[in-house]
Structures are given as C-alpha cells and as structure tokens.
Design a protein around this ligand. Structure first.
Ligand code: CA
Length: 223
C-alpha cells in the first residue's frame, strides 16, 4: 500500500508519516498543493491520499478537483479545520471519501485508513502478483503457488515496497524509510542483506529482484 500525505504543517506531517509507516504502508510526503498535484499526475500510482485542504500554492480542494477530473478514483481522506464545515461539504461533493477535522487523534486516522483500504478497493487491487508469487497488502501475506512464504517483519516490509510497485524502480532511500520505524540503525548495507535473503526465498516463484545501479531495485519475473 502506497500512501501520499499532502500536509504543510511539518510537525503534523512528521507524525502522520511515522504513524503510516508504522502501519506498514509506503509513504510519500509533499508540503504544498502544487507538488501534490504534480506527483498525482505522475506515473507512480497511489493507493490512498491524505489531503490537507489548507495547502500553500494550490489549495487541497483544487488538488482534489483536478484529481477527479482526470477520473482518478484513488481514495482520498481530507483534513480540514475544525470549523471548516463548508470545506468538508465541498470536499465530499468533489469526491473525497472521508474527512477528519483537526485536531484529531492518530488512532482514528489509522482506523479510517484501514476502513477505506478494506472497502475502497474499487480500482485498487490489494493483491499484487509476480511470477507465481502473490502479495496480499491488506493481510500482509506473501505466498508462492498459494503456500505461505515465511518472512521476517523487515523482509516483509521490503517485499511489500517492491511488490506494490512491480515494474517500477524502488530506491534504497524508499526502502530505508520503510525500515526506519523498526530500526534506527537501518543502513544501505542492511537493505542489501534483506534483498539478498529475499532473492533466495522468492526464487522458486520465478521472481527476481534486479539491482539497477545507482537507482535502486525492481522486482520482476525471472528471465
Ligand atoms: Ca495546512
């Protein structure tokens, strides 16, 4: 699961990113509306967007309107000011799936994200596959030919990051971000170790993790 967080309040954004990473999601963060608009027009698909409405440069409602005008159905949770009833109504009318009024408790946001991922599977396929391997991003389980694959939590995080972007290069930094919540000593070397172990475990599925020098890794069917 890959989540975009668009929030300009640095402290709140840090808390949101950390909380979502601890839930096992891959997270990208942008701090203004134009950046959000740009990244959402990019090739990288997201499974969920957490969108603050009060963003500099381009407000969240415009970002949302642009998104829906492109017929992009990615689930969106909007964050609004406590007294922003008008904004909430506009946001929902423009196609937001849920909202939270600030200040909110992170546990509530986490629950709403889970609920949206569960029911919002319209357009989002929570089960990724490559070769004979599947990865269920809701249950966080990998399997080869239907048989569960034994993985450590960290291996699972790395695999999830790669599987949710099958065919795309995932950088070492993105993988480090995923592991950061588990270990403050996560390093590039550690990533190489996990990749090495994963390669062995997923080889029977006819799947390889290819190193793209200087860029990162890509998961793909073995040639
Ligand atoms: Ca704001």
């Amino acid at each position: 699961m890959h989540i975009l967080i668009a929030e300009d309040d640095e402290v709140l954004a840090d808390g949101l990113c950390q909380s979502m990473r601890q839930q096992g999601y891959a997270v990208d963060h942008v701090s203004d509306g134009q950046e959000a608009d740009l990244i959402l027009r990019g090739a990288q698909p997201f499974d969920l967007v957490i969108l603050d409405l009060g963003l500099p440069r381009l407000d969240g409602l415009c970002v949302l309107r642009n998104l829906r005008e492109r017929s992009c159905r990615v689930p969106v949770i909007i964050l609004t000011a406590r007294d922003g009833v008008g904004d909430r109504v506009k946001g929902l009318d423009l196609g937001a799936d849920d909202y939270l009024a600030k200040p909110f408790v992170l546990a509530e946001l986490e629950a709403r994200v889970r609920a949206l991922i569960r029911r919002g599977q319209c357009g989002v396929n929570p089960v990724y596959s490559c070769g004979t391997m599947t990865y269920d991003s809701v249950g966080r389980r990998a399997a080869i030919n239907g048989a569960a694959l034994e993985l450590t939590t960290r291996e699972l995080s790395v695999l999830e990051a790669l599987m949710s972007r099958t065919g795309w290069v995932v950088s070492k930094e993105q993988l480090l971000e995923r592991l950061y919540s588990y270990s403050e000593e996560a390093s590039g070397n550690a990533i190489e170790v996990y990749i090495h172990r994963l390669r062995k475990k997923i080889e029977p599925a006819g799947v390889n993790i290819r190193t793209i020098r200087g860029l990162g890794y890509i998961i793909e069917k073995s040639v």
